[in-house]
Design a protein. Structure first.
Length: 185
């Protein structure tokens, strides 16, 4: 049994999109995230993947590219939900929250790169979704180091972006962007 499922069952694994190559094929971050999510699915962690990401570097939505990756590994469309419009973590959280509510999925596991996880968790919580973290480890060398630094800066502005985005009267809960999320202890 996977350590993430020792005490809990999940309704869905949310996989946040990542850049594609210019030809529409998955980039390295997308491959990492999907490989981990597919491994979790194979271990029975959840029955459904929610793939989130719109078109960013190509005309094809990131979620569609991830869907093709999942189908190539013998998952079926019945095991996949796709959110095809978001281009930011804020939009991922907002759009996934609506899909989760519509499909009555409550126990969520969130897959993204480890340095992105604190901001992603806080953003999802702001939209009423309380996922458990399933971070993908990224080596902090070369491009990984650049993305890590970019992420640290994003954590500074995201509380403001969320507050600006949410409608008046909505409560923002647990916006702790600097707390590292450790699902194993």
């Amino acid at each position: 049994m996977h350590p993430l499922t020792r005490d809990r069952a999940f309704d869905v694994i949310i996989v946040l999109g990542a850049a594609q190559r210019k030809d529409g094929s998955p980039g390295p971050a997308m491959v990492r995230r999907m490989n981990f999510a597919l491994e979790l699915m194979a271990q029975g962690v959840a029955p459904v993947l929610l793939l989130s990401g719109g078109p960013t570097s190509t005309d094809v939505a990131e979620a569609e590219t991830m869907r093709q990756m999942a189908l190539s590994q013998n998952l079926t469309d019945r095991q996949l939900l796709c959110e095809l419009k978001s281009t930011t973590t804020l939009e991922n959280a907002e759009n996934c929250a609506a899909l989760l509510k519509h499909h009555k999925r409550h126990r969520c596991l969130l897959v993204t790169d480890h340095f992105h996880m604190p901001r992603a968790i806080a953003t999802f919580r702001a939209f009423g979704v309380d996922p458990e973290a399933a971070p993908v480890t990224v080596p902090l060398t070369g491009p990984g180091c650049v993305f890590y630094l970019r992420e640290r800066l994003a954590r500074l502005v995201y509380p403001w972006r969320i507050k600006k985005h949410l409608r008046a009267g909505r409560t923002i809960t647990q916006l702790d962007f600097n707390k590292e999320q450790n699902p194993h202890g």
